[in-house]
Design a protein around this ligand. Sequence first.
Ligand code: SAM
Length: 218
Amino acid sequence: MAYKFIDNYRERGARKKLVELLESRGISDKNVLEAIKKVPRHFFFDETFWKQAYKDIAFPIGDGQTISQPYTVAYQSEILHVKPGDSVLEIGTGSGYQTCILMELGAKVFTIERQENIYNRTIKVLPIMGYKPTFFLGDGSKGIPQHAPFDKIIVTAGAPFVPQILLKQLKIGGVLVIPVGDETSQKMETYIRINENDFDKIQLDTFRFVPLVGDQAW
Ligand code: SAM
């Protein structure tokens, strides 16, 4: 893929329109909308496909994976309630777009990807854009115990169940956001750790993600 890191008035205008669309679809967190307005999503696309970058669609990034739909990224970011300084574990780095949004929200991000090609591309692209999360290559369904506990955990692939090992890596008061279901559709779920053993669970809207593949997954 030939990347080009130029952000001109055309792309900035398209981003503003995308933000208006997301607001009309119910995204209301001003910080999330500001982050979407700031991160050049077309930087994750070959120049041939720049026009697709500001449509509210998921798009192939190679190796059978996708950059998530902007609405999905905004939705997950909103319900994660990121506060500046939060340590956030992101499972499924993919293109790194969601990673950039989390960093714009002030998070310290630990992000893990299991596919080597995607990992190798993203660890090159993000620093060029000025984003320097801590990258890991491996199976994120088991979390990253050596960096736990986290304030927030976000899973960006569809899980068959909620890995208990992830719940254990949340701080008390921490939040896990994870899509759970079968291969064709998943319900977005949030888990808030209220004490050592108890979690408040909320089930939200239906989405369609690529599968979370691993030891505690498909
Ligand atoms: N947030 C990403 C973005 O905006 O590009 C979305 C990436 S895509 C929907 C989901 C990613 O999760 C894929 O890159 C896939 O390889 C990765 N993935 C699936 N199972 C995984 C696992 N067990 N550990 C880490 N990454 C995983």
